[in-house]
Design a protein around this ligand. Sequence first.
Ligand SMILES: Cc1cc2nc3c(=O)[nH]c(=O)nc-3n(C[C@H](O)[C@H](O)[C@H](O)COP(=O)(O)OP(=O)(O)OC[C@H]3O[C@@H](n4cnc5c(N)ncnc54)[C@H](O)[C@@H]3O)c2cc1C
Length: 385
Amino acid sequence: MSNHLIVVGAGIVGLANAWEAARKGWRVTVVERDSMARGASVRNFGMFSPICQPPGRSLELALSSRDRWLEITAEAGLWNNPGGKAFLALQEDEMQVMLEFSQMDFANAYEASFLSASEMQDCCPVARKDKVLGGLFLATEMNIDPRQAISVIPNWLGDAFRVEFYFDTPVIKTNTGEVVLANGNRLGADLVIVCSGTDTGYLYPGLLEEQGVQRCKLQMMRTVQQATDFSMGPMVAGGMSMGHYKPFSACPSLPALMARYQSEEPELVRYGIHAMASQSSGGELVMGDSHLYDDEITPFDIEVIDLCIINRLREMIDVPDWTIAERWHGMYMKHPEKTHLILPVNESTYVISATGGTGMTLAFGVAQACWNSGSFESDIGGRLL
Ligand SMILES: Cc1cc2nc3c(=O)[nH]c(=O)nc-3n(C[C@H](O)[C@H](O)[C@H](O)COP(=O)(O)OP(=O)(O)OC[C@H]3O[C@@H](n4cnc5c(N)ncnc54)[C@H](O)[C@@H]3O)c2cc1C
């Protein structure tokens, strides 16, 4: 008889672990509270984004994740756009940081090219001719459609690997070797992996917070479907993202750029706004985002954040139709340093939390590393994370 794994949560972290375990011949059951996963994994951009990871182990995990995404998109028939991401510079100080990045010895790992204004036009035709001075193109970045992926992957795992899914089934407790469901039933397993995202505190109060993890809220929007002959090409990002992504911290001119934002555009800094956009499989533009933490988080969205994001994107790119069709927010758990935490809660149960805001990028790579090592003990938890 094969070993049995129960995964709690059908977001990307749960699905990644279900896939890796099933590949190893485990019998896998996924238990999801809702009728489909409705957390961060369907609320994000779908930016597979190695640039969020510093060179070294995290970047290696991201790149191995990329191989897994390419594999699953082919096998499960998912849409993807491996067309890279363009960082668009509107001012000379942004160009300078991008130039410095392109000259770093690690820039090749991100397949980074520094582009003049005309080169950027060729690479990213939506970049505004009258505004964009040039920028940085990163070829390893890839766009996926999170809504499609999170709804299709469970069916595919069921068909290809006989992974069993229980939807509408909240887990209220885990004991060694079993999970307890809200209806009172118990399911036994050799191993339980809890991938419950921002709701982990309901099962294990304080567990993530004791590690220094905070909640982070992001606002997002989506336009109506664009004309069928419109293609955005690569995903786009602006200068603010360089302050957020660790690899840029090596650039000597970054502090001066961030100081200018602080003095000229305090609202962007106050709300942690990035101006980023990707085009989804249906042709709509997905736009965001912002970052508010713990005590700053309310259930209500802030209109000025959406306006700042749209205004900045309108300076960067030409898009036929800016009509907003949907607005939403999402949340993730954020650790100041660690991209993932793997925490034992009893002899056979581990919590795996994506704590870098980059679970769509890293989940497959982290799951693969854990399952290839054959252990969730501190050997992996300690070294990887
Ligand atoms: C707005 C936004 C934009 C982002 N953009 C990107 C991006 O472009 N690229 C990138 O790499 N990352 C991005 N991220 C981060 C990424 O989305 C997350 O890191 C990732 O989705 C986390 O996945 P997860 O499976 O841990 O959590 P979730 O997707 O939240 O899944 C957790 C699941 O567990 C279920 N659950 C919870 N408690 C229970 C219980 N007791 N019983 C049963 N089920 C339970 C929930 O219903 C949920 O379906 C973004 C995040 C947000 C919010």
